[in-house]
Write a protein of this length. Structure first.
Lengths: 233, 90
C-alpha cells in the first residue's frame, strides 16, 4: 500500500495546515487536503481529522462536523480497517461519530489549557506508537483545548484498560501518572485512546505541533513515523 | 403545526464543571443556600406537520441523533399546537 495522508478540512478547522506542513515539509510524506463537503478520500491510506473549532463547537464539540458528507466516507473507511487519527477537535468528532467510545466534557479547571504536557505511553505495540521505544519514558507534546476532560462509565474504563486501548496518559517527565499532571480532569489521566480494532486513534495533545525541530520539540514525529512504518512495511 | 420545547439534561453521574463554577459565583454574591447547580439546554423549534404522532416521531429522532448525546445526556420535550404566524421561518 502506498502512504498518503488525507487531512480533512472542516469549517473552523485551524490545525489543518499545521498537520499538512509537518507531514509534508518536515516528514516528507505525501499529503492531500480533503474538503468536508466531498465524499472522495482520494485514495489516502491514512485520514487525519485535525484540531480546531469545527462549526464553532456549536451544540457540542464535534457534534455537527460528524454529519459532514466526508464523514460518511471516513466512517466506512474506518469500518473497513482504514487508519484514522483524530487530534483534539478531531478526537471529539470521532467520539461524536461513535468511532471511539466515551465523551468529552469541559476541563475541570474551566480554563482553556494550552501548554506542553508529558505523556506516558501505555501501549507501544500499536499502529500509532510502535516507534516510541522504551528509551522514551514519556513524550512531550502540547495540548490546547477547553474541552478535553475524557469521561467514560466504569464498565467502559475497565474495558479500555483490559483491551489496552489507552495509548497515552498525562504524566510527569518520567512517565509517572498522577493527578498533578492532569491538565483537564480526564478519567485515569486519559489523553489518547484507540478503538478495539486498533485502526482508529484519538488524542487531545497535538503531535503535529511537535514535529519541526525549529520549535524545540519533535516527539510528535514518532506517532506519524509509527503510522508510516506500519503502512510501508 | 406544532411548537416543540426540548429540555436536555446532563446525566447526574456526569460531572458538570460549568454548574460547579456558576455555583461558586453564587457564593461570591452572598447567595449561600444553593446546592447542586447543573446546566442543561433548552431548545425551541416548530414542526411543520399536522399529525401529533408524526411530530413526536420527528422530534424524537432529532433529539436522539443530534440535539442530545445519548452517552451523557437525557432529553424530554413538549409539543403544543401552533397556529402559524409567519414568525416560524425566520
Amino acid at each position: 500500500m502506498s502512504l498518503k495522508f488525507g487531512v480533512v478540512v472542516f469549517p473552523g478547522s485551524n490545525c489543518d495546515h499545521d498537520a499538512y506542513y509537518s507531514l509534508k515539509k518536515i516528514l516528507g510524506y505525501d499529503v492531500e487536503f480533503l474538503w468536508h463537503k466531498d465524499t472522495d478520500l482520494k485514495q489516502c491510506s491514512v485520514v487525519l481529522l485535525p484540531g480546531g473549532f469545527s462549526y464553532g463547537d456549536y451544540l457540542r464539540t464535534g457534534a455537527i462536523a460528524r454529519f459532514s458528507p466526508i464523514m460518511n466516507s471516513v466512517i466506512s473507511f474506518a469500518n473497513k480497517g482504514g487508519i484514522v487519527i483524530g487530534i483534539c477537535n478531531g478526537f471529539q468528532i470521532l467520539l461524536e461519530a461513535g468511532l471511539l467510545p466515551g465523551v468529552m466534557v469541559r476541563n475541570n479547571s474551566l480554563k482553556f489549557s494550552c501548554k506542553d504536557v508529558y505523556l506516558s505511553v501505555d501501549n507501544r505495540d500499536t499502529i500509532f506508537t510502535s516507534e516510541i521505544t522504551k528509551d522514551f519514558s514519556s513524550i512531550k507534546i502540547p495540548v490546547a483545548h477547553g474541552e478535553g476532560n475524557y469521561f467514560a462509565d466504569e464498565k467502559l474504563l475497565e474495558e479500555l484498560v483490559l483491551n489496552k486501548q489507552i495509548l497515552f496518559r498525562y504524566s510527569d517527565a518520567d512517565g509517572n501518572v498522577n493527578g498533578e499532571n492532569n491538565p483537564n480532569g480526564s478519567q485515569l489521566n486519559i489523553a489518547g485512546i484507540v478503538n478495539k480494532n486498533g485502526n482508529v486513534m484519538g488524542m487531545m495533545p497535538h503531535p503535529e505541533r511537535a514535529c519541526d525541530p525549529t520549535l524545540g520539540r519533535t516527539d510528535g514525529q514518532l506517532i506519524f513515523k509509527s503510522i508510516a512504518n506500519y503502512i510501508l512495511n | 403545526m406544532f411548537k416543540a420545547t426540548v429540555l436536555i439534561k446532563r446525566r447526574s453521574s456526569i460531572l458538570d464543571p460549568q454548574g460547579v463554577a456558576v455555583e461558586k459565583g453564587a457564593k461570591h454574591l452572598g447567595i449561600t443556600n444553593i446546592k447542586g447547580t447543573r446546566i442543561g439546554k433548552l431548545i425551541e423549534f416548530y414542526v411543520d406537520v399536522d399529525d401529533r404522532a408524526a411530530a413526536e416521531k420527528e422530534v424524537n429522532e432529532y433529539c436522539s441523533k443530534l440535539l442530545a448525546n445519548p452517552i451523557m445526556e437525557d432529553f424530554e420535550f413538549e409539543l403544543s399546537e401552533w397556529i402559524p404566524t409567519g414568525e416560524e421561518v425566520k
